[in-house]
Design a protein around this ligand. Structure first.
Ligand code: OOG
Ligand code: NI
Length: 303
């Protein structure tokens, strides 16, 4: 993945990736092993299937605010997904051209949480009285890149983070990590033979010491069998809170997607397959388990 810095979208994506790569050790670990094994000849040869962000469903924030950035760059909102147990909504966005990643944006249904959890979240988000994206010049890629790293609310207290974590791991993740890129996703089907199935790729990952999310099994499969996904579990990092306490909390993770050809194109040889011939979109039951890549049970659980 590497884009021409002239365009604001390219600038934004490159900057998001640079921060993500600097903060998530598994990104370089996986890239270096792919280079060493001559699976790819450069980082730019790795196809990024999609990137994902998390948001809070409160006034002036959430999907309605966040999506304006990428709609401006020509992304198109597609299907809605609902996660009852996790109290989340999500949409995916189709890119302006196939060389850009899809985007998956989720939002916490804050009003569905306990009064105590809502009070913690509102203590930080209530001072935001206008949509911060409306104050941005979206044509300025540097300004948008900077916005996506900027804290929009104050640092919480460690006890507030811990209280949110008890009720919604997603809420705790967003209150601290905000709009940081949650994951990028390697398109496994684009890799060379021997690495282009999730079974083979997961074996390669475990061989270099990567820990995979086991919620619902390591490979999550859509009902039609054509979208298969797996992911790492987030590493813990030292996070300083407003009261000076430091907690080890979940950061971002890496995902892997294998999109098979749609039935009408299954006769085509691999060299002739284009992205439009393959299963598009997402799958609620896969996503429900992928979210848990930042959950304590996946991170702390052994085996
Ligand atoms: C997103 C989880 C869902 C997918 O590809 O289905 C997802 C998240 O963890 O924020 O990425
Ligand atoms: Ni994903």
């Amino acid at each position: 993945m590497h884009f021409d810095e002239q365009k604001p979208l390219d600038r934004v994506l490159n900057d998001l990736f640079a921060h993500y790569r600097a903060n998530v050790a598994d990104v370089s670990k996986i890239t270096d092993a792919l280079l060493k094994n001559e699976v790819v000849s450069a980082q730019a040869d790795i196809v990024n299937d999609h990137i994902a962000f998390r948001t809070l469903g409160v006034p002036h924030l959430g999907i309605a605010s966040f999506e304006k950035i990428f709609l401006h760059y020509g992304y198109v909102r597609r299907d809605h997904y609902y996660f009852e147990g996790k109290k989340l909504d999500a949409y995916w966005y189709a890119p302006p051209s196939p060389n850009y990643p899809r985007i998956f944006v989720s939002e916490l249904q804050v009003a569905a949480l306990s009064k105590a959890a809502q009070a913690i979240i509102h203590r930080y988000t209530d001072p935001i009285t206008a949509d911060p994206v409306d104050q941005l010049d979206l044509a300025d890629g540097n300004a948008v890149a900077e916005f996506l790293q900027r804290p929009l609310w104050a640092l919480p207290l460690a006890a507030e983070y811990e209280q949110l974590l008890e009720e919604s791991e997603y809420a705790a993740w967003v209150i601290y990590n905000r709009y940081y890129l949650n994951h990028y996703t390697i398109s496994i089907h684009e890799l060379k033979e021997g690495y282009d199935t999730l079974e083979a790729f997961n074996a390669f990952l475990e061989g270099i010491g990567i820990k995979l999310n086991r919620s619902g099994g390591k490979i999550k499969t859509s009902a039609d069998g054509l979208l298969r996904q797996s992911s790492t579990v987030s590493a813990l990092y030292d996070a300083s809170f407003a009261d000076g306490r430091v907690l080890q909390i979940a950061g971002s993770y890496v995902e892997f997607a294998e999109r098979s050809p749609l039935p009408a194109y299954q006769h085509l040889p691999k060299a002739q397959l284009e992205p439009k011939h393959r299963r598009d979109g997402f799958e609620t039951n896969n996503a429900d388990k992928i979210f848990e890549s930042t959950y304590t049970q996946q991170i702390k659980g052994d085996q």
